[in-house]
Design a protein around this ligand. Sequence first.
Ligand code: VGL
Ligand code: ZN
Length: 205
Amino acid sequence: MNDDAVLLVIDVQNDFLPGGALAVPRGDEVVPVVNRLAGKFTNVILTQDWHPPKHISFASQHAGRRPFETVELSYGRQVLWPDHCVQGSRGAEFAAGLTIPHAQAVIRKGYHAHTDSYSALLEADRITPTGLAGLLRERGIRRVFCCGLATDFCVAWSALDAQAAGLETTVVEDACRAIDTDGSLAAARRNLAAAGVRLVTSDKI
Ligand code: VGL
Ligand code: ZN
């Protein structure tokens, strides 16, 4: 793929694979698809969910609350998750089978204790940038292809923010898997379509 395109590989980390703390059903199936896809791109950037131990998105930090419930935080509604992707833990490491030696950067996100960040571009307060938009701008990248985990959270939010930043954005659907809690996958698909994000399969790339 041309120099003006980037493949964003979202959160392909142990905790999102079967057996992990926040396992995405069949999340492991994306690994070979993503490896193959990455071979078609000169520019590949990985993201890594990277939370401090007492992160506000963890149900364990909210008395009486359980994972997958929601709470209202200063920046809006937050789904509560099992503790996952704790900085330096095995669960936060990239999947062992992920083989993308030519990846150019790793964007860590969700490291502020009081703010989550599904998106690779903007934290959940919708104000704090991760720096990725600036990196892409300086590199002259105009097209973003998103894959990884999970379709309905970090992939969808990243794709929506990339599109909103003026980048032509595509989600490679067979290189993603969803959590699908409380209608989240259907909502994400609607939001992506409404924003004009393209949905394709990897054989079209
Ligand atoms: C994610 C929930 C919490 C994701 C990250 O990568 O989609 N989902 N943290
Ligand atoms: Zn997270």
